[in-house]
Structures are given as C-alpha cells and as structure tokens.
Design a protein around this ligand. Sequence first.
Ligand code: ADP
Ligand code: MG
Length: 329
Amino acid sequence: MSTPLGEFELIRRCFMRHREPRPGIALGSGDDCALLAPQPGMQLAVSSDMLVEGRHFLSTVDPARLGHKALAVNLSDLAASGARPLAFTLALALPRAEADWLDALAEGLYALADAHDCALVGGDTTAGPLNLCITVFGEVPSGAALLRSGARAGDELWISHAPGRGIGDARLALEVFRGTLALPGDAFERVRAAMELPQPRVALGIALRGVASAAIDVSDGLLGDLRHVLALSGVGARIDADALPCSPELAVQPLALRRLCQLAGGDDYELLFTAPAARHAEVLAAARAGGCAAARIGRIEAEPGVRIEDRDGRAVPVDFASFDHFKSA
Ligand code: ADP
Ligand code: MG
C-alpha cells in the first residue's frame, strides 16, 4: 500500500512539471488561470475528451498507459484538425490519492506530452470515481484547419495506420479481455498496445493541411466516424473492404470478426480523411512525413450512404453499428 497524498501535495508532486513560460504559453500551472499566447495569424483549436473507469478503460489498466491514453485521445482530435499541440489541462477525480499509482500516471502523461511539446498548464483535482478529463489547445494557421465538411465526390478516402499494422486491433484486444477469443501471449501484447498506447497522428495531420479535403479521427469505429464526415459534407462513399489495412493478428481471424473490428471497432485513433485524387502522391508524402502509412480504402461519391464491397465487387453485409455510448451495451 503506497502513501496517500493530500490534494495540493499531489498536484505539486505530480502535475506541476511545466511551470516555465514557453512559446505560446505566457503563464503555466499554479495561478488561477493559465495564459495562452498563440502567434498572430493562428487560430486556437480546442477539444475535450473524458475517460471514465469501467466505460473507457478497465480498473486493472497500467496507470502509465492510462496517462498516455488520456492525452493521446485528445491529441488525436488536434491531429484530425491539423493543429499543432500547445497545451492541455487535466481535470482528475480519484477515489484514492496513492503516490505510486499517481507517479506512474504522470510518467505516461508527461512522456507523451513532452514528445509533442504540449504543456500541462492547469486542471482540477477532486475525490470521486476515477475519471480523467483533458482539454487540449492547439494552434493552426487561420483558415487552414481540416474540417469534417470538406469531402467532395471523386475524392479518395484514406486511413492512416502504423507500418505493418492495420485498424481494428484495439477491438480485437477488447474481445480478448471480454473472453470471446484467445490469442497467444505475444500476439495479445501487440493488439493490447494498440488499445492502450494509441499513437496520435499529429505530424500527419499537420502535413495534410492544404492536401486533405476533410478529416476525422477514428474513435468510435470507422463506419460511424465516416458517417459524420459524409453527413457534414453532404456526400456518400464506396469502401473496398479488402483494402482496409490489417495486422497479422487480425488477418488470421474469421472474416466476420475481422470486418467487425476494422469497420466498427473503435479506439483506433487513426486519421480517416479524404483528398482529391490529383493529390494522391502528396498524401503518401504526408504519411511519410508523419511517420506512418496511409491506405486508400475507397472513394467519395455524390450519392448519399455507404456502399461496402470486397475486392471482387461483392457487397459486404454490415449489420453492426459503430459504438454509441447511449445505445451499445
Ligand atoms: P482553484 O481553486 O483556483 O481552481 P485549485 O486549488 O483547484 O485552484 O488548483 C491550484 C492550481 O493547481 C491551479 O493552478 C490549477 O490549475 C492547478 N491544478 C489543479 N489540479 C491540477 C491537475 N490535475 N493537473 C494540473 N494542474 C492542476
Ligand atoms: Mg479548482
């Protein structure tokens, strides 16, 4: 049993590492407000995401991975907007203030924050059921943010992925946790890393400014998130299900499970985006610049709705919905 900490002791010990001013931040943590100072000509991109125990993560999760993921899912929203991370705040409810657990949480959080040069500039800490809510602030040149509303008929549809990996692994890991299937230890560790250590595609988002016509990050499942883009853009799409990038672990699963994980899985935190076909080579260059890969998985069409086909042009049945917190079990 590790030492319990008092509120201010724990804030000072764990969450006050970024107190020095830095470009874009005139005043960091410790006062009533932080003061952000974006450069002239830049817009501030703001987004919040909350992680609730039992809903978004299991109580047994490694705290360093939880710290990583809480920030990663927020940085992923900045990535989808093409914004460069600047700062974030952390609102934390904790049932117990245990030093070892909090130190590990802070390690995971700061490792990712420092990798993206994103400063923790404030927050709130209270006793309560375990819950982490982060708000991120990023900057993007005025008018250059990637929006969900810009997809046009004829555009190519793309998904980012780690080289040699695919989408749907986080859902595959969830199925193992649920006990619906088993994977050998090393295979499980790889898909578990996809679920617990998602890599926000920040560099890709920035490289896609002026190239992509629309973008979203995949948090609730590819199809569900695609539908948000299609609705706001007033278009439809055709997907080649066999073009969806696939990890070796998912490739050996039954086809129906593979399709479910890839099309409706959720928790991927890859960028789903569109770009005019004439920008094909620039998209591939942006992926290289972003340290990842991008797969062309379909095309935007004028006719509303989503049509999914396999490589032989046969319709792929989809009887699964994307994850909706108020509908799904
Ligand atoms: P106030 O009561 O004025 O809202 P608090 O006493 O809650 O301030 O917090 C004191 C300082 O510590 C503030 O600068 C706040 O931003 C910072 N802080 C509190 N909780 C966190 C946290 N979890 N992470 C980072 N900074 C925090
Ligand atoms: Mg407060």
